[in-house]
Design a protein around this ligand. Structure first.
Ligand code: TRP
Length: 336
């Protein structure tokens, strides 16, 4: 039995942060290292354009940043194929074919799309674009173009995978059993809150620590993290349950450290500044090897280009095989 193929990816709209690290990157590296899968990671530049069509510079710049982030956390191009979505024309073709198999009402009901449209009123006003409404169709093309079997995602992405499965079933029922129906793998990783306590860490919210942040940047950001608002003086009794510093200690510090911190905070024996300094130190300890790896690749841009070009060629070969079968099934194989 062959290895199960994994397809994952990110929109290149910003550098990746520690939320991505705990939410998906660590898990991707783990799956890669298990040797049990055949992983593909796409940089979803076309998808990024659906809500950044007016800012192509931003998308272009972040394609490289995101690839550097992948490499820096240990995505190994010898084990995981990294590729650029827009360089696989078969994905665009499949998107067009699948668009006949999806109703507008069904897209409008997709909870992920619905939430995002509500958040993007500034961009879309009262009427969303055809491209944005249809991005689940394009994501279904990403997955099926590579015969993706397992799709590790966070909870917010589940409706997109479900929609992909529906498209696959519809396609297969009309044109024959050609496409593989992918399965979502819900990672146990949870979403990481922002420095300000917001449920989501994100670029637009200005509350993120990036994997590529310098030591100084981390120190500064940690100092700005939101702590127990009722604790004003050092000897006030603190409540670590409502403190972002304590929240991040649980991710970056040892159990022993966390226990001491909480006890001392509750007893009013530990000041927030000391607590933050210790946290910043531990975050920097985690990020240091990631920074070093990033630097290695930043200093070798031709190597990074080669990784992307070769990964994309490999992904394209797979997509061509799927496209050949699809065209035959759809009776579009005119001069074969
Ligand atoms: N929608 C995903 C995100 O927002 C990115 C993505 C695009 C993706 N195509 C994919 C994820 C295919 C998994 C499989 O991060």
């Amino acid at each position: 039995m062959g290895k199960k193929r994994i397809v994952t990816g990110d929109r290149p709209t910003g550098r990746l942060h520690i939320g991505h690290y705990f939410g998906s990157l660590k898990n991707r590296v783990k799956m890669q290292e298990s040797g049990e899968y055949e992983p593909y990671i796409l940089v979803a530049d076309v998808q990024a354009l659906t809500d950044n069509f007016n800012n192509p510079e931003k998308v272009r710049k972040n394609v490289k940043e995101v690839v550097l982030d992948y490499l820096s956390v240990g995505i190994d191009p010898n084990k995981t194929t990294i590729y650029i979505q827009s360089m696989i024309p078969e994905v665009a073709e499949l998107t067009v074919f699948y668009s006949n198999l999806v109703t507008i009402a069904r897209l409008e009901r997709n909870p992920t799309v619905k939430t995002e449209i509500a958040q993007k009123k500034d961009l879309f006003g009262e009427s969303v674009t055809y491209g944005f409404l249809g991005y689940p169709v394009s994501q279904a093309a990403d997955i099926t173009a590579l015969d993706g079997e397992l799709i590790p995602v966070g909870e917010d992405q589940l409706p997109l995978i479900e929609q992909c499965r529906e498209i696959v079933r519809k396609f297969n029922s009309i044109y024959g059993e050609i496409l593989k129906e992918p399965e979502a793998v819900l990672s146990n990783a949870k979403r990481i809150k922002g420095l300000d306590g917001n449920e989501k860490m994100g670029k637009s919210l200005g509350n993120a620590i990036y994997l590529s942040d310098s030591e100084d940047e981390v120190n500064k950001k940690v100092m700005s993290a939101v702590t127990d608002p009722n604790r004003i003086k050092k000897d006030d009794l603190g409540n670590p349950d409502v403190c972002m510093v304590s929240y991040y200690h649980k991710l970056f510090s040892t159990e022993e450290e966390c226990k001491n911190i909480c006890e001392e905070c509750r007893a009013g024996k530990r000041g927030c500044v000391a607590c933050k300094k210790q946290l910043a130190q531990n975050i920097n300890k985690t990020l240091e090897p990631i920074r070093q790896k990033r630097k290695y690749y930043e200093d070798r841009p031709e190597l990074v280009d080669k990784i992307i070009i070769e990964g994309t060629e490999k992904a394209r070969e797979e997509a061509k095989k799927v496209m050949k079968k699809v065209k035959k099934a759809m009776k579009l194989d005119y001069f074969e």
